[in-house]
Design a binder for this molecule. Structure first.
Ligand code: ZN
Ligand code: ZN
Length: 274
């Protein structure tokens, strides 16, 4: 009975009826529990974790963080097998603001993801289909190096329990022509030292790159070092909860892992793989 901790409610209302649809799919697919991990940019209370000069963030519909937290807490009280999380954007220099909000609410876990990089002109979201053309102006090797430096800093910040879609930088299929093994090995060592989990996410199969996050090479390196992993779907609708977890769990097992992890009140416990 695995868990899926990367789920977004953002396409629907913050209501128990909508939340219940996710739980129903999870139960049908044999999941033990699920966790919600909303994007902070929906909440005006989280504006401070982003750079001030970011018009895209300012254009997001401002929902109330209180409302999201209260919904998941209420679902717990009603006995739903759910956990409270957030998929934080890691942006260097904004760690204190993330720490402040992590302190202020009863989170079960925190996912740290890198979606935003600063180029010579502005901040850009590397995984946004509307930003795909920006990739044609960039040197993939340089972007990969910058991206993975941010991943290392996110892990080393100690703010997060899980690193989200660790190689999402490949999302549109832009790859460096140079050999990246040394960089990946260094990243894996930083992740291992930081003690964070890494997601093995089926979402990558549904992106232009059509490859699981992380890809086979990085997963092999993580497994060799014993970096802990958790399965994830990055569901944005109920039907995506636990998507392809048979394949995901098979990959985790084949990589040599015997357990995944569950989270409660920001502490983790091992869950043996069946
Ligand atoms: Zn993400
Ligand atoms: Zn996500």
């Amino acid at each position: 009975m695995p868990v899926d901790y990367h789920i977004h409610l953002e396409r629907g209302p913050f209501s128990l009826d909508y939340l219940r649809e996710f739980v129903r799919v999870a139960t049908g697919r044999g999941l033990r529990e699920i966790g919600f991990s909303e994007h902070p940019y929906h909440f005006r209370e989280c504006r401070g974790i982003y750079p001030t000069e970011n018009p895209w963030i300012d254009a997001q519909w401002a929902r109330r963080l209180e409302e999201y937290v209260r919904l998941v807490e209420q679902a717990k009280e009603l006995g739903f097998p759910v956990k409270l999380g957030m998929e934080w954007d890691y942006i260097p220099g904004h760690e204190e603001e993330v720490a402040r909000i992590l302190e202020a609410y009863p989170w079960d876990y925190a996912i740290g993801s890198v979606h935003w990089l600063r180029n010579e002109r502005r901040w850009w979201a590397i995984d946004d289909p509307n930003e795909r053309e920006e990739w044609d102006r960039q040197d993939p090797a340089q972007v990969y190096h910058q991206y993975f430096r941010h991943i290392e800093a996110a892990a080393a910040s100690g703010l997060f329990d899980v690193i989200g879609h660790v190689d999402v930088v490949k999302i549109f299929g832009y790859r460096p022509s140079e050999e990246m093994t040394a960089l990946y090995e260094e990243v894996a060592r930083v992740l291992w030292r930081a003690g964070v989990c890494v997601e093995v996410s089926s979402a990558g199969w549904y992106k232009p790159v059509r490859e699981v996050y992380p890809g086979p090479q990085i997963l092999r390196i993580l497994a060799r070092l014993g970096v802990p992993v958790v399965p994830s779907s990055d569901a944005h609708e109920p039907d995506h909860v636990g998507r392809d977890f048979d394949r995901i769990l098979a990959l985790i097992r084949e990589a040599g892992y015997t357990q995944i992890w569950t989270f409660t009140a920001r502490s983790r416990s091992p869950l043996p793989l069946p």
